[in-house]
Ligand binder design. Structure first.
Ligand SMILES: [Zn+2]
Ligand SMILES: [Zn+2]
Length: 178
């Protein structure tokens, strides 16, 4: 089962020509919520990826972190540099972008139903791992591909919404936020 998931993920990214179509397969990866949190943390904190720093952030034993990082490496999401700083592979970075986008789209939806930005952020984290990319893309489209989420910018790269291209004024906005 694990091997099958790995194959699926690699296939998603190998055929970059058909990137947007194959990204639909991303849900089949079935990465655990804990692994997803690690990937997102490494993506958002590239300078704090020592095992001890990750362990401190998640308040777990460093040995737990080491075990999870080894699993993520074997999935092709992290580079093979066990004694250096942990970095994402290209595949890992693409996947992290998707995870961040999923969180921010869901957070934004929740603010439309009366939750404060902080509540929306916390609540989205509770169930985001169960939401498929089809649903996220559909929500993103229905909100007009928003540029800002409750806890940061929402990226619209080729893996978003089947190759959605932001309008020029949105691109200008995006670069001014950066
Ligand atoms: Zn958030
Ligand atoms: Zn979008």
């Amino acid at each position: 089962m694990k091997e099958k998931n790995l194959d699926t993920l690699q296939n998603i990214f190998i055929f970059s020509k058909h990137f947007s179509i194959l990204m639909e397969d991303i849900d089949r990866l079935l990465i655990s919520p804990r692994k997803a949190m690690y990937i997102k943390f490494i993506y958002e904190n590239p300078d704090n990826t020592k095992t001890t720093e990750i362990a401190a952030h998640f308040r777990v034993d460093p040995s737990t972190v080491t075990k999870t990082l080894t699993e993520l490496r074997s999935m092709g999401l992290l580079s093979h540099e066990p004694y250096r700083t942990t970095t994402l592979t290209k595949t890992g970075a693409h996947y992290a972008e998707y995870l961040v986008r999923r969180h921010r789209i869901l957070g934004l939806v929740l603010t439309h139903y009366g939750l404060s930005p902080q509540e929306a952020c916390q609540e989205a984290a509770l169930f985001e791992n169960s939401v498929s990319k089809v649903v996220i893309d559909s929500m993103c489209r229905s909100m007009g591909h928003p540029m800002m989420g409750v806890c940061g910018r929402i990226s619209h790269d080729p893996c978003c919404c089947n190759g959605f291209e932001p309008a020029q004024e949105d691109r200008d906005l995006q670069s001014s936020i950066r």
